[in-house]
Design a protein around this ligand. Structure first.
Ligand code: VGL
Ligand code: ZN
Length: 197
């Protein structure tokens, strides 16, 4: 059995002082660094948007951050501008170990957001991660990172649905937590068969 750690979006914009900060997002860096040596493979994801991305409220006239809109692929929360390709906000937290095996970027298509590390928000367009993991014989996944209620949540649920054995280290995650999104996410993860540890 090959067991991988997937470190989700531990980037400056999701840490205190960033454009879309989680409370205490920087507190998980040291525990995640310490965990890395326990796994056969370490994969880091990076939210990576072009300027003017369609998930940004600034791209929609009259809309504000955290409004919900209908996109051709379904409902979409609008965010403050964040994780713009090549900016400091998109960089990993400076103390995060980045000596992992793979850095997977997502959200790089202007017209569609991607919370999950496996599928974009149409739940159809693949990021290629499933094939990568399968080709390496990885069957077991542990996830940690930011944000619990969005990218960790969707990644964990997709992974479980794809048949991986998934644990989320909830102690090494932090949430955006808007309108009960954290409770919803925990419920959805448990319902999909994800272990919350
Ligand atoms: C995320 C909202 C927008 C995340 C990324 O990493 O959870 N959330 N983009
Ligand atoms: Zn994003």
């Amino acid at each position: 059995m090959t067991h991988a750690l997937i470190v989700i979006d531990v980037q400056n914009d999701f840490c205190p002082g960033g454009a879309l900060a989680t409370a205490g997002g920087d507190e998980i860096v040291a525990p995640i660094n310490a965990m890395m040596d326990e796994f056969d493979a370490v994969i880091l994801t990076q939210d990576w948007h072009p300027a003017g991305h369609s998930s940004f409220a600034s791209a929609h006239k009259g809309k504000n951050p955290f409004d919900l809109i209908d996109m051709p692929y379904g409902p979409q929360v609008l965010w403050p501008d964040h994780c713009i390709q090549g900016t400091q906000g998109a960089a990993f937290h400076p103390d995060l170990r980045t000596d992992g095996d793979l850095i997977l970027r997502k959200g790089f298509r202007s017209a569609i957001d991607s919370y999950s590390a496996f599928f974009e928000n149409d739940h159809k367009t693949s990021t290629g991660l499933k094939g990568y993991l399968e080709n390496r014989g990885i069957t077991r996944l542990t996830m940690a990172g930011l944000a619990t209620d969005f990218c960790v949540h969707y990644s964990a649920v997709d992974a479980a649905r794809l048949g991986f054995d998934v644990t989320v280290r909830i102690d090494a995650c932090r949430a955006i937590d808007m309108d009960g999104s954290l409770v919803t996410a925990e419920h959805a993860m448990r319902g999909a068969g994800v272990t919350l540890a």
